[in-house]
Design a protein around this ligand. Structure first.
Ligand code: BYC
Length: 346
């Protein structure tokens, strides 16, 4: 199982791979004071220090963080949809209570992450506008449908499992508010992954039909989960800089490999087959080899043409529009209170 104790060895750091923080160069025309600030920033990153909201940071670092954290926040709130869809159809009161708690947690993760991104000087309205107009990305995985109850278990086991693998290293991200948000998110994700795995263990002790449902769900989700980690390192335009800045700590391919290696024994315990004829232990690499991911399908989904993209975005836009009166009422109430306080103070 993945837990908070999944720790990242220092060898995995970009820095120990021989990269120092000679970051995006300060433009030649930068003033002496800007160059001094950049040098201070580089030194902090080299020393594995944290950067906090009001401190000086290069524009490109700020922009990268806003992009990644807002995409992450969007993924959390869009991620509520495929599972939220099953709350009213959960097979028992216990499963319903667990699922409600999980979906609610995802909403909470979105809120921590939007708050972390706001500390970089972008507003929540701007971020949500980018989501609603299709300018911002969110995780590819949430554009696939959850067809039956086994899918809910598999989303917990594999999707949340992949999410934890990606997010544990983010607890050591160089930007303080993001790193701190991730500590709590990872603790909750760990519960999400376990509840999914446990729900599947129960189904696998059931009827032949239930077992077949689990296997079918694993077959449909496995490859999509491998793609969640992002394009191969060689095709990942943001990786090198993200690693030098200490935002990303482990590369897309290395995280994917860790996920495969951790999942194979779990699949064995569960009694399911992972749908990859090329999946086998490689003694030399001390890791599993696995087959080809369909990157054309991944990019089509990321670019808005997956099976549920339109439905997901439509649901988010509707929720935003339906909530307009709540935002207006909250604002009117705050203005009234402020006016009253000013009157009392006068
Ligand atoms: N889906 O250069 P790369 C969750 C984009 S929440 C869509 O490698 P980077 C959960 C990427 O953004 C899961 N797009 O980028 C929630 C970039 O496009 P832009 C979300 C993807 O940033 C509820 C382009 O491809 N987790 O699990 O270095 C319930 C090139 O990629 C995807 C996070 O957001 C994808 N899968 O690395 C249950 C974690 N992959 O922006 C579960 C934080 C790549 O240049 N994010 N792209 O236009 C990260 O760790 C990194 O941003 C990524 C990508 C590893 C995702």
């Amino acid at each position: 199982m993945y837990t908070q104790s999944f720790s990242v060895s220092d060898q995995d750091d970009a820095k120990s791979a021989g990269q120092t923080a000679s970051l995006v160069a300060v433009p030649k025309q930068a003033s002496a004071s800007e160059q001094a600030l950049q040098a201070q920033f580089d030194e902090r990153i080299d020393a594995d220090g944290r950067v906090e909201p009001r401190e000086w940071m290069p524009d490109a670092y700020r922009k990268t963080l806003v992009r990644q954290i807002s995409q992450h926040a969007h993924s959390e709130i869009v991620g509520m949809l495929p599972e939220g869809n099953w709350i009213s159809r959960a097979p028992s009161l216990k499963r319903k209570a667990i699922l409600i708690a999980k979906v609610q947690d995802e909403g909470g993760h979105g809120l921590y992450l939007y708050s972390a991104a706001e500390t970089l000087g972008t507003s929540r309205d701007q971020m949500l506008d980018a989501l609603h107009t299709g300018k911002a990305k969110y995780s590819s995985i949430f554009n696939y449908p959850t067809l039956n109850w086994a899918d809910v278990g598999v989303v917990g086991w594999l999707v949340d499992g992949a999410a934890i693998m990606n997010q544990i290293p983010l607890c050591r991200c160089s930007y303080g508010p993001y790193a701190r948000a991730m500590v709590r998110v990872c603790k909750e994700e760990s519960f999400h992954q376990r509840q999914g795995y446990e729900a599947l263990l129960v189904m696998m002790q059931g009827t032949a039909e239930q077992k077949a449902m689990v296997q079918d769900a694993v077959n449909r989700w496995w490859w999509k989960c491998l793609a969640m980690f992002g394009p191969p390192d060689a095709d990942s335009p943001n990786s090198a800089q993200g690693m030098r800045w200490g935002i990303k700590r482990i590369s897309n391919d290395d995280l994917r490999q860790k996920f495969v290696d951790a999942t194979v024994p779990q699949a064995k315990v569960l009694g399911v087959t992972l749908p990859d004829p090329d999946l086998k232990w490689n003694e030399e690499r001390q890791a599993h080899d696995y087959g080809q991911i369909d990157w054309d399908e991944f990019w089509a989904t990321v670019n808005g043409n997956g099976p549920c993209n339109k439905e997901r975005l439509g649901a988010r836009v509707k929720a935003w529009n339906d909530g307009a009166w709540v935002r207006e009422a909250a604002l009117a109430h705050a203005q009234k209170q402020q006016a009253r306080q000013m009157k009392e103070a006068a």
